[in-house]
Design a binder for this molecule. Structure first.
Ligand code: C2E
Ligand code: MG
Ligand code: MG
Ligand code: MG
Length: 287
């Protein structure tokens, strides 16, 4: 708008800001309501594949919101809003309950799979998540060994000392911790070494750029090497092409996730794949 008005943006800046804020406030309220309406919020699951043999080693739970008037709203929009307002603490608890219930159901049906849940740092700061998740897992009869918790790199580093006790307690209980979107934040190597995170998830921006730019290949290679020196498991996210897969295999990356293998999908849709247990990742099958 400001551009169309030939630079007289002072008149339009204010209303634009306001409408953005109004949308945020409104979405936050509607999201709060959505938590009591089973038809609006649901979890999708995306497989994680062992890049050595195609075995499905786990699934990541990803929240989906179907707004009654506006249709699907991306978590990339509503999660930051929920984080700002603090609603993420309740919302994250809802996700944890649903994901663990689903895991319990799959296990009862004989499908061996691990579930990864995205956790916001606000949940670690404002709730006793380690106690809560242990109670839930016990009630539902799922072993902590089958549950991963993903936390984004930036959030961890900004709050490291405050969240450390919770991270350590979660690890002691047998939950696996992962650093999400790794490479986009500002970890120092010493902090990385001290964190009890067994898994590093390389951010999809590196995977996307790796075949366009030789520097990015080297960066991914370095990330994998550092991860291995520190005895971490590496997962690459956002693998979309067979070429990206081949490169990551060659660099020794253990696991991968991306549209090439499977999109995030509803639990029932995923079940045939889970029963099968593997995805055919031979280069010919994917190309
Ligand atoms: P994330 O945890 O890094 O999840 C990976 C995102 O990449 C997901 O986006 C997934 O759908 C997408 N993705 C998977 N494969 C590909 C691919 O091959 N190409 C591309 N371009 N994208 C791919 P989604 O589902 O939109 O979620 C976005 C972010 O929202 C997540 O990033 C996570 O940070 C957050 N989020 C989603 N669900 C939850 C939740 O239950 N709790 C919390 N705290 N955050 C969540
Ligand atoms: Mg994640
Ligand atoms: Mg990620
Ligand atoms: Mg991400």
């Amino acid at each position: 708008i400001a551009k169309d008005e030939g630079g007289r943006c002072f008149r339009f800046f204010q209303p634009m800001m306001t409408s953005k804020m109004t949308r945020r406030i409104q979405l936050d309220q509607e999201l709060r309501q959505a938590m009591t309406d089973c038809a609006q919020l649901m979890l999708f699951y995306q497989p994680k594949v062992d890049l050595r043999d195609g075995r499905i080693c786990g699934v990541e739970a990803l929240l989906r919101w179907k707004h009654p008037q506006q249709g699907m709203i991306s978590p990339a929009e509503f999660i930051p809003i929920a984080e700002d307002s603090g609603l993420i603490v309740e919302l994250g608890d809802w996700v944890m309950v649903r994901a663990l219930e689903q895991l319990a159901q799959w296990q009862q049906q004989g499908m061996a799979v691990d579930v990864a849940i995205n956790v916001s740092v606000k949940q670690l700061l404002r709730s006793n998540i380690s106690e809560r998740i242990q109670t839930l897992a016990q009630q539902l009869g799922v072993a902590s060994q089958h549950v991963q918790l993903e936390i984004t790199e930036n959030n961890i580093m900004d709050n490291m000392s405050r969240i450390m006790p919770q991270l350590q307690s979660l690890t002691q209980q047998g939950f696996t911790l992962a650093i999400d979107d790794f490479g986009t934040g500002h970890s120092s190597l010493s902090r990385l070494r001290d964190l009890p995170m067994k898994v590093l998830k390389i951010d999809k921006s590196f995977v996307a750029n790796a075949l366009r730019d030789q520097k990015d290949v080297q960066l991914v290679e370095a990330i994998i090497e550092i991860g291995h020196i520190l005895n971490r498991t590496i997962i690459a996210e956002g693998i979309e092409t067979a070429e990206q897969m081949a490169l990551l295999q060659q660099l020794g990356c253990e696991e991968g996730q991306g549209y090439l293998f499977a999109r995030p999908m509803a639990a029932e849709q995923l079940e045939p794949l889970l029963r099968q247990g593997t995805i055919d990742i031979r280069h010919e099958a994917m190309a």
